[in-house]
Ligand binder design. Structure first.
Ligand code: HEC
Length: 108
């Protein structure tokens, strides 16, 4: 009986971990694989005023996880709709959004 309870507890703990907070470290890998062509070091080579700096994200009102996730999912102008196109999964998008917020706070 004890063993079963422990097994259930472990399963619940692993589930909780996988379902929790976005992981900026994983987001970093996703960013370097998909975003650096247009956003090297958090810049924007296509539309310079729409960089991933804290100031630009604030000015353009893309400074929350929800707003960044929406933009990556649906794209905007020349920015590809990574979610809709099926390039990135929802957890991937959450992780890369967490990475962007972290980097924008740190100044890239
Ligand atoms: C083909 C070039 C291209 C790629 C690749 C690209 N982006 Fe963008 N990104 C853009 C452009 C252009 C904009 C400006 C869109 C607009 O608002 O008109 C933008 C805007 C953004 C913004 C909002 C910036 C602001 O200050 O308004 C975020 C956040 C962002 N991109 C994240 C990402 C992430 C994360 C990836 C990779 C998963 C990515 N982008 C890949 C071109 C790209």
């Amino acid at each position: 009986m004890k063993i079963i309870i422990s097994a259930v507890a472990i399963t619940l703990i692993s589930f909780a971990n996988s379902a929790t907070a976005a992981d900026a470290a994983q987001g970093k890998d996703i960013f370097y694989a998909n975003c650096t062509t247009c956003h090297p070091a958090g810049k924007n080579v296509m539309v310079p005023g729409k960089s991933l700096s804290k100031v630009d994200l604030e000015t353009n009102q893309v400074n929350s996880a929800a707003a960044i996730i929406g933009l990556i999912t649906n794209g905007k102008g020349p920015m590809p709709a990574f979610g809709k196109l099926g390039v990135l999964s929802a957890p991937d998008i959450e992780n890369v959004a967490a990475f962007i917020l972290k980097q924008s706070e740190a100044g890239w």
